[in-house]
Design a protein around this ligand. Structure first.
Ligand code: PRP
Ligand code: URA
Length: 239
């Protein structure tokens, strides 16, 4: 790339060659949607993957990605036609959301995504499921759930930033199904997934939609996502 000189264009004419970056692995499942791999998204992910990023920056940039995920997730909910009259007196043929929604976070890390949902959906009800991976076996363990009474009548946005083996997400979906939520009303929002987790999940629940920002290369011996970002909950809440 040529160094910008005094006569280099600025503003809309400013152009650089596209820098190279690793983008998400693609997968073949119809129910899995990966956010468009835009320079913005890749730059945000680069910030939160960097081990030298401070906790404040980690929170700030994670929140920006969460916002993108929530906005895209909402596109997967049904709309009905809805016309309005504008102040000019003309009519506009638009749409409005149909149906009730709620969020459900998989604690602890999933709680980090609640504010992003609240920022987009005013007064949204939020339930919680406490699932923790066993540090030795990496198997999920269910400790607690507290969900809206009428959850079976709602679309559920399930929130968890990390999708490694998929065990925690699958356990959370079992809890929701046990409360009467149909699979096709569950939408799982996630920042970074592994191909193994996606495959296990999509083969078991092909009607649950997954919206993720990135599918990484794989898992390490401790079932951490590689390259990943480490322990999301620790980086968001503790270190
Ligand atoms: C992390 C993460 C997911 C889970 C993913 O939570 O937030 O819930 O691991 O791994 P899996 O796909 O292999 O199940 P963890 O249990 O470490 O708890 P935390 O939220 O308190 O960090
Ligand atoms: N939980 C995390 O926070 N990160 C991983 O890579 C796997 C599980």
């Amino acid at each position: 790339m040529a160094a910008p000189g005094p006569s280099a264009p600025v503003g809309p004419d400013y152009k650089v060659e596209n820098p190279q970056a690793t983008v998400s692995t693609s997968v073949k499942y119809d129910n899995v949607h990966v956010l468009p791999q835009t320079p913005q998204l890749i730059a945000l992910l680069t910030m939160i993957r960097d081990k030298s990023t401070t906790r404040g920056d980690f929170i700030f940039y994670s929140n920006r990605i969460i916002r993108l995920l929530v906005e895209e997730g909402l596109n997967h909910l049904p709309c009905v036609e809805h016309s309005v009259i504008t102040p000019t007196g003309a009519s506009y043929a638009g749409v409005k959301f149909e149906g009730k929604i709620c969020g459900v976070s998989i604690m602890r890390a999933g709680e980090a995504m609640e504010q992003g949902l609240r920022d987009c959906c005013r007064s949204v009800r939020i339930g919680k499921i406490l699932i923790q991976r066993d540090e030795e076996t990496c198997k999920p363990k269910l400790f607690y759930d507290k969900l809206p009474e009428d959850i079976a009548d709602r679309y559920v946005l399930l929130l968890d930033p990390m999708f490694a083996t998929g065990g925690s997400a699958m356990m959370a979906v079992e809890v929701l199904i046990g409360r009467g939520v149909p699979e096709d009303r569950i939408l799982f929002l996630n920042l970074i997934a592994s191909p193994e987790g996606i495959a296990a999940f999509a083969e078991k629940y092909n009607k649950v939609r997954v919206v993720t920002a990135f599918i990484d290369k794989g898992l390490d011996a401790k079932s951490y996502i590689i390259p990943g970002l480490g322990d999301f909950g620790d980086r968001f809440y503790c270190i």
